[in-house]
Write a protein that binds this ligand. Structure first.
Ligand SMILES: [Zn+2]
Length: 291
């Protein structure tokens, strides 16, 4: 399952509105004979990729998949049928598809006499599928705002840095100053994900995120300083911040405390690492301990 989870992450920032899923097929001797992941909407699901690689060796074997196999005819045939046709004897699943309501692939596989195990490494699979699931739950993209905090105040994270490129690779879309929205990595969603290219400056933040969700966006980066983030912060729509706090000598700190708050109200630190010239703080909206 950990291998399937790692594979699933290749789909981050590219599969929306579909989930990033990974799959590994073991033969009846428990040897890996196929693996795959969902690359983008409209292309084969992880199970189909892995079964194609395994071929006849899947018969009597085990399929390990990070999300419950689908049970519906969409752009591709349902994965539960592929698993049944391949005559696997066991399917191991990390997370149940929250949209299946008990009528998903797991129930169909069990009805065909296939041994199904659910909840294997669910918390670890959630590290990749969590953004997709959270967006599904709220009906809007998960919003990340990266910024720098220096003696001059809040500044945008420069667009051309390795950090900014890494964030874009894992996101669906970027919202810039004045409301322009672009695909985070041009061409990463194939035929495209965004039906809109102007979320409209000054418009209602809820309306913007709703439109982006309907356009297929499940993760959104805010690229800019406070002016970009303000309407989303005010509406409680920013979920995640990454703060690059500029290095300060202790003598500076003692003489002149930084006059800016480190985090927006209501955020809890989830990580802190030292980078070149900065400390990077990662925080999520939500209650922590009383500070
Ligand atoms: Zn599927």
């Amino acid at each position: 399952m950990r291998r399937a989870i790692a594979l699933s992450a290749f789909g981050l920032g590219a599969t929306s509105p579909n989930p990033p899923v990974g799959c590994v097929i073991l033969d009846s001797d428990e040897q890996i004979v196929g693996e795959g992941y969902h690359e983008r909407k409209g292309e084969a699901h992880a199970e189909a990729q892995a079964l194609a690689a395994a071929g006849k060796r899947a018969a009597g074997g085990t399929a390990v998949v990070t999300l419950e196999p689908c049970n519906h005819h969409g752009r591709t045939p349902p994965c539960r049928q592929g698993l049944i046709d391949a005559r696997v004897s066991r399917v191991v699943i990390a997370l149940i598809d929250p949209t299946s309501r008990g009528e998903g692939g797991a129930a169909a596989l069990q009805a065909h006499g296939i041994d199904v195990e659910i909840g294997v490494l669910a918390n670890e699979a959630q590290l990749v599928l969590g953004t997709w699931g959270a967006a599904l739950g709220t009906g809007r993209p998960v919003i990340t705002w990266p910024y720098q905090l220096t003696g001059r105040g809040i500044e945008p994270l420069a667009d051309d840095t390795a950090d900014a490129r890494l964030l874009r690779l894992n996101a669906d879309a970027v919202l810039h100053e004045h409301g322009q929205v672009e695909e985070a990595v041009p061409g990463s969603h194939g035929a495209g994900i965004l039906e809109i290219n102007d979320a409209g400056s000054g418009t209602d933040a809820y309306a913007v995120v709703k439109r982006l969700y309907e356009g297929g966006v499940r993760s959104l980066l805010l690229q800019g300083g406070e002016s970009v983030a303000r309407p989303f912060l005010a509406a409680g729509l920013v979920d995640h911040v990454l703060v690059w706090l500029a290095a300060r000598r202790s003598s500076d700190r003692l003489r002149e405390p930084l006059p800016w708050p480190l985090l927006p109200p209501g955020f809890t630190i989830a990580g802190a690492v030292r980078t070149a010239g900065f400390v990077r703080i990662e925080a999520w909206r939500g209650p922590g301990e009383v500070s």
